[in-house]
Design a binder for this molecule. Structure first.
Ligand code: CMC
Length: 434
């Protein structure tokens, strides 16, 4: 029998015996020190703002090796999934742990289709928003409002209720995203169409109007499908951890997803592709790359090369390679090979990758360096980019939420703190205060 490995913590400033903690191993990736008994044994907490060294849960869904540039969903490399599967197959995989066979896939696709319409009353929520409201502001409100429509399936301890909530969210979020866009530009909402597949239907709800026919382009459909696959899950990132923390109190999945959307909205998380596109516009021309590279290296200048660097990927972002490929395909299809921003992006990437500042810091293009260019070419306005990210990540959030609720070790999330404020003192009557 394998001997249980332990780590021994000794306290240099305290008169006490060293304490042993077990080391836990996953199927791959770094081991973790199980410090759950630390407070009970020592009266101390650990301090780790930003969770730089803390695993908050166990999970079987997504694995990232940032040094090697590896991203696996349920063990499958992202490259294989992006090239051989469609988004709904990936959704099935993330939710169930295995890829569907042909019968399971047909059934799953049909189930999602059956849930894609939203309750007609949900449409009236939109009227409460200004036409120019940011789509993410509308998403936070409207996705949260879904909580009010499904009382019959809100028992989170019931696996069948959790399952139908997952179907509802995966099916209805695209409808809501498209409604945000239509409301913003003042066009009528388009109902979903069951004859179309998931991504085709999204294009239809976004760009068709009741007045005319809308022709789908399979190359563009495939490109959006790939964007969705690449963003479907990314283990315990900020928005996913938010969904888990909100869900740990027993909150319903629609409310938890709304919390995740709010977190994703932040510019350090879901807003990077928008920022990258704005940066390329600001640089404007290949002749100005040198100037901006210099600014990115200047510690006194807050400017950073958007779409470069990643907290986890310190070699390359595997999603960026796939997105670069898609970028070529889409621009070729649309006859935009000479697109100014794409050419600029390629030139900028080349200069940065040959520059010692970027190579020594392991700063490589991330997925968002190219996804903004692709989305813009698909006709998606910049203000909708983060909403598309939310659409893609919905399955990751709900799969992670479901995993947490099903975990026998699941407890309400409750971090502790290092208190640094005033110590106990007495209230002085107001007349005596200085
Ligand atoms: N441009 C110029 N210098 C940079 C950049 C950049 N984009 N990114 C990092 N650095 C420098 C940074 O100044 C620091 O230099 P030094 O060691 O001399 O102080 C060093 O590289 C390490 O940077 P860091 O900020 O400590 O690294 P981090 O892991 O905390 O930050 C990051 C990662 C993604 C926030 C950062 O690289 C960044 O701001 N990138 C631009 C924004 C961006 O593209 N974000 C999208 C992330 S992908 C979306 C997702 O997966 O959710």
């Amino acid at each position: 029998m394998e001997k249980q490995r332990k780590v021994i913590l000794s306290f240099s400033d305290r008169d006490r015996e060293p304490i042993e903690f077990p080391i836990l191993s996953g199927t791959t990736g770094p081991d973790v020190i199980d410090i759950r008994s630390l407070h009970g044994k020592s009266g101390m907490f650990t301090y780790d703002p930003g969770y730089l060294s803390t695993a908050s849960c166990t999970s079987q869904i997504t694995y990232i090796d940032g040094e090697a540039g590896v991203l696996l969903y349920r063990g499958y490399p992202i490259e294989q999934l992006a090239k051989q599967c469609d988004f709904l197959e990936v959704c099935y995989l993330l939710l169930n742990g295995e890829l569907p066979n042909a019968t399971q896939k047909t059934k799953f696709d049909d189930t999602i289709k059956r849930h894609s319409m939203v309750h007609d009353q949900l449409a009236s929520f939109f009227k409460g928003f200004r036409r120019d409201a940011h789509p993410m502001a509308v998403m936070v409100g409207v996705v949260g409002a879904l909580s009010a429509f499904y009382h019959e399936a809100m028992d989170i301890s019931d696996a069948s209720h959790r399952e139908v909530s997952a179907y509802r969210l995966i099916a209805k979020v695209p409808t809501i995203v498209a409604m945000c866009y239509k409301y913003n530009i003042g066009q009528p909402f388009m109902y979903p169409r069951n004859a179309l597949n998931y991504v085709e239907n999204f294009f239809h709800m976004m760009f068709a109007t009741p007045a005319g026919d809308y022709k789908l382009n399979p190359v563009l459909v495939r490109a959006l499908d790939r964007i969705l696959i690449l963003h479907a899950d990314h283990e315990q990132n900020a928005s996913t951890s938010t969904v888990r923390l909100a869900g740990s109190s027993g909150a319903n999945p629609f409310a938890c997803l709304s919390a995740g959307i709010a977190c994703l909205w932040g510019p350090a998380h879901g807003g990077a592709n928008e920022a990258c596109l704005n940066m390329l516009g600001q640089i404007g021309d290949v002749s100005r790359i040198g100037e901006y590279i210099k600014r990115a290296k200047d510690k006194d200048d807050p400017f950073r090369l958007m779409g470069f660097g990643h907290r986890v990927y310190k070699n390359y972002d595997p999603r960026a390679k796939l997105m670069r490929e898609t970028c070529h395909e889409v621009l070729n299809e649309l006859g935009l090979q000479n697109d100014r921003l794409f050419k600029l992006a390629l030139a900028l990437e080349k200069v940065a990758l040959e520059d010692e500042y970027f190579t020594s810091r392991k700063l490589y293009p991330n997925v968002d360096f190219y996804s903004g260019i692709v989305q813009r070419a698909l006709g998606i306005p910049v203000s909708m980019f983060t909403a598309i990210f939310a659409l893609a990540r919905t399955v990751g959030w709900i799969a992670q939420w479901n995993e947490m609720i099903s975990d026998p070790e699941y407890r309400i999330g409750r971090p502790r703190q290092l208190y640094n404020g005033a110590v106990k003192r007495d209230v002085v009557p107001i007349s005596q205060r200085k």
